[in-house]
Write a protein that binds this ligand. Structure first.
Ligand SMILES: [Mg+2]
Length: 304
C-alpha cells in the first residue's frame, strides 16, 4: 500500500483549542479545521478525513448532534470520531460511545495524552484500511477478487442510471485451461492466469475500468460509460495483449497459443437490473462464444 498522510478534521468553536490541537498533531497528519457543527459535517463529506476530533460543546450544534449526522450518512459513517470535552461526566461519556464515538480527549489538553490517543487511533485506522484492501484482492493475480467485484458491480449499476452511455460487463473464461494445467502443471497454469491479469492492467486505463478474478479461470471486466464499439475495441486490445505474451498451448483446439472466450453485455441507463441478472446474461453470451469455437467475443445488449 502506498504511503500517504492521514487526515484529521479538528472541530472546535474556540480558536485557541484549534491552535493547540494543530500544534500537537501537525507532524502526525494533515489537519483540517471546522469551527462549528455545520461546517464539520460539510468538511467531513468533502475531505473524507481518517479521524475527527469533535468538540462536544459548540454554540450551533453539539458534538452529539454532529456525530449523528456523520454516522447516518453512508459516505461518512465509517470515519472514526474522538470527542473533545471539558466535562468529565460519565453519563455524557456513555452517550458519546453510544452514538458511535471511539474515544474521549479532555480539556485542558495534556500534550502527550492527546498525541498518544490520536496516534493509536490513526494506527488502528491504517491497519483496518490495509486489511480491507487485502480482503478485496485476489492473492494470485493481484487484481480485485469476487468480493470486491460484487461491490463494484452494484455501485456501477446504480451509477449507470445517471450516465448517458452504457455499462459493459464482460465475463471471460480461459480456453482449454484444464488441459493446459494437466499438461504444463499448475505452476504454469498460475503463471498464465497472472499474465492474463497483466493484459487487463495494460489495456484498462480509464479510472473506473475494472477487472476482477471471478473464479478459478474466470475473470470479469466492468467498463462504465461504454458502447458496443468501445467494448469491442477494449476486448480486442486485451486479446492482442495476451497474444503478445505468446503463451504456448499445444493442447488447445482453438489456437496454438493460450486464448480466452468472452461474453459481454451492455446495460442501458433505463434498464433497472440486478448484478445477478447481468452476470446471468453475460454467462449465456460466454457460453455462446464457447459453442462457436472459443477464442472469440460474443457481445449483445442486455435484454429485459
Ligand atoms: Mg466548545
Amino acid at each position: 500500500m502506498e504511503n500517504f498522510s492521514q487526515k484529521v478534521l479538528i472541530v472546535d468553536d474556540e480558536k485557541a483549542n484549534r491552535k493547540i490541537l494543530k500544534e500537537l498533531l501537525q507532524d502526525e497528519a494533515t489537519i483540517i479545521f471546522a469551527k462549528n457543527g455545520e461546517q464539520a459535517v460539510e468538511l467531513a463529506r468533502k475531505h473524507m478525513p481518517d479521524l475527527i476530533l469533535l468538540d462536544v460543546i459548540m454554540p450551533d450544534r453539539s458534538g452529539f448532534e454532529v456525530i449523528e449526522d456523520i454516522k447516518n450518512d453512508k459516505q461518512t459513517m465509517n470515519i472514526s470520531v474522538i470527542f473533545v470535552t471539558g466535562l468529565a461526566n460519565s453519563d455524557d461519556e456513555e452517550r458519546g460511545f453510544d452514538l458511535g464515538g471511539c474515544d474521549y480527549i479532555y480539556k485542558p489538553f495534556k500534550a502527550n495524552i492527546v498525541i498518544a490517543r490520536v496516534m493509536m487511533h490513526l494506527e488502528l485506522i491504517k491497519q483496518r484500511k490495509m486489511l480491507n484492501e487485502i480482503a478485496h484482492i485476489d492473492a494470485l493475480t493481484g487484481i480485485s477478487n469476487r468480493r470486491k467485484m460484487d461491490i463494484v458491480l452494484t455501485d456501477e449499476l446504480a451509477a449507470n442510471k445517471r450516465d448517458k452511455n452504457k455499462l459493459a460487463v464482460a465475463l471471460i473464461d480461459v480456453d482449454y485451461f484444464k488441459p493446459y494445467n494437466d499438461n504444463y502443471g499448475h505452476g504454469a497454469g498460475d503463471a498464465a492466469l497472472k499474465k492474463i491479469a497483466t493484459s487487463f492492467r495494460e489495456v484498462l486505463q480509464r479510472p473506473r475500468d475494472f477487472a476482477a478474478r471471478y473464479g478459478g479461470e474466470e475473470f470479469l471486466i466492468i467498463l462504465p460509460n461504454s458502447s458496443i464499439e468501445g467494448t469491442e475495441l477494449i476486448i480486442s486490445n486485451i486479446v492482442q495483449a495476451l497474444a503478445d505474451k505468446e503463451i504456448k498451448h499445444e493442447h488447445s483446439k482453438a489456437s496454438d497459443l493460450l486464448t480466452i472466450s468472452i461474453g459481454a453485455v451492455l446495460v442501458g441507463d433505463e434498464q433497472a437490473t440486478t448484478p445477478a441478472e447481468v452476470l446471468l446474461q453475460a454467462d449465456k453470451l460466454l457460453y455462446q462464444a464457447k459453442e462457436n469455437g472459443r477464442n472469440q467475443l460474443v457481445i449483445n445488449d442486455f435484454e429485459i
